[in-house]
Design a binder for this molecule. Structure first.
Ligand code: TXA
Ligand code: MG
Length: 325
């Protein structure tokens, strides 16, 4: 199959119309969101949804997120809890928050992996919203990477992973946020974050007015998102974490001969920029730096995880996974 690249900058609305047509015909199409690129199919087309699992090499027991363009579009799928769902949707949508609720039994089981719950979010990206509106139905979309690769933050990453196995990629440039949405399960008491992201526990608690739990991977009593039992992406090269700049600086001096990618927050720039592998650490660029580490065969990735990094739960979570899996 030839994968068509639809450049939104160049083709404008025509790119979105073409993508919508392909989706209507049962094809799968990658599109940008504010977090990462997603690989979409129309929710009701089970054959198309199956193509997503095949193209990604994704296990069938890992459910997909349903993307909608308005709360209206989501309500026919949601059984409960309606009050908390509406409240959070009003505050955080469109935005990088996925809400897991009990569905009404009308969501195809290939989407939910047979669970009584469904994950839903409204992406904060004009192209994603225009596409869903044009199609007129919810789109299911996991991140548009091959399983085992980092989520794509540019159309080029999607092409790298999936060219030849999907119908098209809508290219709207790099994504803003760079890591996947926060996933909040609303069917438990208290509600539970099963995947941290840039929408924080504190922000959710402030709106809900009750405590929110954060699932700890490996804690059997508190299952995390179904997808999190799978080996998460980690670069092929070793990833090592440093908690203090002195420690990192010393290690770099000792390893002067090695080609090491060094990631640290912007405030450490003057301290590490003399190092040839120095890159800024941010949510937005983490995954592309991991791709670079593999592609250009760096010998190692060393990351300064200072207190601020540890506070940025979404970022820190993805770094820990890369360092330990
Ligand atoms: O930012 C994002 O969320 C991106 C963009 C494309 O929207 N999507 C994304 O999808 O990251 P994916 O499939 O890579 O991750 C979906 C996560 C998985 O960890 C999955 O297990 C979890 O959501 N999930 C889906 N349905 C669930 C459910 N019913 N209960 C708990 N977790 C669920
Ligand atoms: Mg993914």
């Amino acid at each position: 199959m030839e994968t068509v690249l639809l450049d939104v900058q160049r083709l404008g609305n025509q790119a979105i119309e073409q993508a919508a047509q392909l989706l209507h015909r049962g094809e799968i199409v990658a599109f940008p969101t504010e977090t990462v690129y997603g690989l979409g199919a129309v929710i009701w087309n089970e054959e198309a949804v199956r193509k997503i699992f095949v193209a990604k090499g994704r296990p069938l027991d890992n459910p997909l997120i349903v993307h909608i363009a308005s709360v209206q579009m989501a309500l026919p799928l949601v059984r409960e809890p309606l009050d908390r769902f509406r409240l959070l949707a009003r505050h955080f949508w469109p935005g990088p928050l996925t809400l897991v609720v009990k569905h009404r039994g009308n969501v195809p089981s290939i989407v939910t992996a047979g669970l009584p719950t469904v994950a839903i979010r409204m992406p904060d990206h004009p192209v994603a919203l225009a596409l869903i509106e044009k199609v007129g139905e919810p789109l299911v979309a996991p991140s548009a990477n091959r399983s085992g690769k980092p989520s794509p933050t540019r159309a080029e990453h999607v092409v790298e992973d999936l060219a030849g196995s999907i119908a098209a990629v809508l290219d709207a440039g790099p994504t803003q946020i760079g890591i996947e949405s926060t996933v909040l399960v609303l069917t438990t008491d208290p509600p539970r974050i099963v995947r941290p992201g840039v929408v924080t526990k504190e922000a959710l608690e402030a709106v809900l007015g009750i405590p929110v739990e954060e699932a700890v991977p490996g804690d059997a009593d508190r299952p995390v998102a179904p997808g999190m039992k799978y080996r998460h992406y980690a670069p092929t090269v070793p990833v090592r974490l440093f908690e203090s700049p002195e420690e990192l600086e010393q290690a770099l001096q000792d390893a002067a001969e090695q080609r090491i990618l060094v990631l640290a927050l912007p405030q450490w720039r003057t301290r590490f920029q003399h190092s040839p592998g120095y890159r800024l650490l941010s949510e937005q660029t983490l995954y592309e730096t991991f791709r670079e580490a593999d592609r250009d065969r760096w010998e190692a990735v060393w990351i300064l995880v200072d207190e601020e990094v540890q506070r940025r739960r979404g970022l820190y979570n993805r770094i820990l996974k890369a360092a330990t899996s």
